[in-house]
Write a protein that binds this ligand. Structure first.
Ligand code: SF4
Ligand code: SF4
Length: 60
């Protein structure tokens, strides 16, 4: 999972849709908790700016 911080606008849609609370909207960033992610793809689908790439290497 990788979140492109240059285009993320911290709308919180990904965190709001994640069924396992693997994404947390914090004050200045979205935190990704890989242990909680079940790879459902919802966050990638709802991000309005395409900032999330689930297949990319990294821990967001
Ligand atoms: S892929 Fe699914 S479980 Fe993983 S962070 Fe995105 S919404 Fe949450
Ligand atoms: S849905 Fe996209 S733009 Fe919104 S907080 Fe998540 S990564 Fe950022």
């Amino acid at each position: 999972m990788k979140i492109d911080r240059t285009i993320c606008m911290y709308c919180g849609a990904c965190a709001g849709t994640c069924p396992t609370l693997a994404l947390v909207l914090e004050e200045i960033r979205v935190r990704f908790i890989p242990e909680k992610c079940n790879n459902c793809g919802m966050c990638e689908m709802v991000c309005p700016v395409g900032a999330i790439d689930l297949d990319a290497e990294g821990d967001a």
